[in-house]
Ligand binder design. Structure first.
Ligand code: HEC
Length: 228
């Protein structure tokens, strides 16, 4: 009996063990959500990350929703149609030959990793140069991706700040890309709640009107009681 009680306690504590085993390694930064930051993040993603990665679930047309003008999107897409997906300039075979791996699609990366936006931020800022001058990554040791934002060389405070801003904005954009309609849904939610409040008020008034007609006047009720 006693044993089973302890084993039950142990089982209840098992989920906590998982949390102990994995100390939080991700940087605790604020991922911006201002429209300008998202736009700059998109520019870095299209201009830099897309050198190797696809964002196959996002089209150039989707970028208009971020506040880019048609002309800005036209410059980004060059000869690609407006409805085309964001596909890397480098074919997968070429990446495979160069890095030994095909760079993963980034459109859902912010959802694919735990705490995705912070994961992406930490990954991009964790490149460093070891004593022999080789570049490695603290979050993802021996990663095949090069130090694309130059974190290993960003040693003075100004360069570090620029790197962190860049990384946070790309992470913010990839977070948007993983669910581009999240904002529309949130707005729709407000309308639905407003509609339900108005509907509740109207139904309440209707209910009062109907019951006023149904309930007999109190005097009549008294007299009918006396009749009984
Ligand atoms: C020069 C090519 C190249 C560029 C440019 C590049 N990457 Fe990568 N990236 C790779 C490769 C290769 C991998 C696969 C690494 C591995 O699995 O070892 C990768 C993997 C990743 C991963 C997945 C890591 C994981 O946990 O599996 C993320 C996230 C990522 N890149 C983000 C970015 C972002 C954001 C940018 C732009 C700022 C970018 N990459 C630019 C080549 C590149």
């Amino acid at each position: 009996m006693r044993l089973s009680r302890y084993s039950l306690l142990f089982m209840l504590m098992l989920p906590c063990l998982d949390a102990w085993a994995e100390p939080a390694k991700l940087a605790d930064v604020i991922i911006p959500d201002a429209p300008d930051a998202l736009k700059r993040g998109a520019q870095t993603a299209v201009g830099t990350c897309m050198g190797c990665h696809d964002l196959k679930y996002i089209t150039y047309h989707d970028l208009l929703a971020l506040g880019f003008t048609k002309q800005e999107v036209d410059e980004m897409r060059a000869e690609h149609p407006l409805g085309a997906a964001l596909i890397s300039q480098t074919p997968p075979e070429a990446s495979l030959a160069a890095y030994g791996k095909i760079p993963p699609d980034l459109s859902l990366m912010a959802k694919a990793r735990d705490d995705g936006p912070h994961y992406i931020y930490t990954l991009l800022t964790s490149f460093y140069q070891d004593s022999t001058g080789n570049t490695d990554n603290r979050l993802f040791p021996s990663i095949k991706m090069p130090d694309i934002l130059g974190a290993g060389a960003a040693n003075d405070p100004a360069a570090r700040h620029e790197l962190q801003t860049n990384a946070a904005e790309v992470a913010a954009f990839l977070n948007w890309a993983a669910d581009p309609h999240a904002n529309e849904r949130r707005h729709l939610g407000y309308y639905v709640i407003g509609y339900l409040i108005v509907l509740t008020g109207l139904l309440y008034l209707l209910k009062r009107r109907i019951w006023r007609r149904l309930a007999p006047p109190p005097t009549k009720l008294a007299s009918s009681k006396a009749d009984l």
